[in-house]
Design a protein around this ligand. Structure first.
Ligand SMILES: Nc1ncnc2c1ncn2[C@@H]1O[C@H](COP(=O)(O)OP(=O)(O)OP(=O)(O)O)[C@@H](O)[C@H]1O
Ligand SMILES: [Mg+2]
Length: 252
């Protein structure tokens, strides 16, 4: 069964149709990409799914339940996690502290106590540090654990944000343009991490302009143009889809 079903979703901003009758789903273990030109409605779609924008019409069903109108933290607590197009890290905290704040059991205020190993920090906190460190290892960031995030490159900050979202044991991970600012080796690492997450049964919804990455990592792709789904299919189907070529290349 699908973990996420987006059904006939429409969003209007002051007369502008940002999304029109959008329908698709995401299954556990699937990487689903959403692509489309600037302003096509990709981030708006993420905002609807994660509860930042209420749709004018349509349904969002997550794990069998409608999530429209539910508080964001409730949905996040059920394993729906996202990253943002423009940063979602605590730049004054270290890499390790950022990832710790992603662990469900850890609050931002207790993070410092854990890292400094204050008397209140017990076995559970030590386990949290171990877990965070092993995730950082996977992302190739372990060597930067004690660096302040604000001092890192934008690509590294992005990987920290993704690690933080993963730390929450996401069942559905939504990534808005994760490859922005990444070097090619960081992109390769991101691709491997997404494949591994999918292998573990995580559903990934990916908005991305780097088409090579999308084609290499996605099981299925939705193409938006002016808020409408103009194509849906496997990477091979999308690559040769006439409407997609027209939307991107402007001929036809
Ligand atoms: N809060 C808002 N109020 C009014 N208009 C908005 C709002 N958010 C987005 N829009 C408009 O809705 C349309 C879709 O925007 P959106 O950010 O979803 O596009 P996008 O596909 O993510 O684009 P990009 O690739 O540039 O990130 C755009 O015309 C945008 O200007
Ligand atoms: Mg966007």
């Amino acid at each position: 069964m699908s973990l996420l079903q987006v059904e006939n979703v429409s969003v209007q901003f002051f007369g502008l149709k940002a999304l029109s009758d959008v329908t698709f789903d995401v299954e556990p273990g699937q990487v689903r990409a959403v692509i489309g030109p600037n302003g096509a409605g990709k981030s708006t779609l993420f905002n609807v799914i994660t509860g930042y924008v209420r749709p004018n019409e349509g349904k969002v069903v997550y794990d069998g339940q409608s999530v429209v109108g539910l508080p964001r933290h409730v949905v996040a607590g059920r394993g729906m996690r996202r990253t943002f197009q423009n940063g979602g890290v605590f730049s004054e905290l270290t890499v390790l502290e950022n990832v710790l704040t992603g662990l469900n059991a850890v609050t931002a205020s207790s993070t410092l106590g854990i890292v400094l190993r204050l008397p209140g920090a017990g076995a559970a906190e030590r386990r949290a540090v171990d877990e965070a460190m092993s995730l950082l290892e996977t992302m190739g960031l372990a060597g930067l654990a004690n660096n302040v995030v604000g001092d890192l490159s934008s690509g590294q900050q992005r990987l920290v944000e993704i690690t933080r979202a993963m730390a929450a044991r996401a069942r559905l991970l939504l990534l808005d343009e994760p490859a922005v600012g990444l070097s090619s080796s960081e992109r390769d690492r991101l691709m491997n991490v997404l494949r591994d997450l999918a292998k573990d049964g995580v559903a990934v919804l990916l908005v991305e302009h780097v088409i090579d990455l999308v084609m290499a990592v996605s099981d299925r792709i939705v193409v938006l143009n002016y808020g409408e789904v103009i194509a849906e299919g496997t990477p091979e189907e999308i690559r040769s889809h006439e409407a997609v070529l027209e939307a991107y290349l402007g001929h036809g």
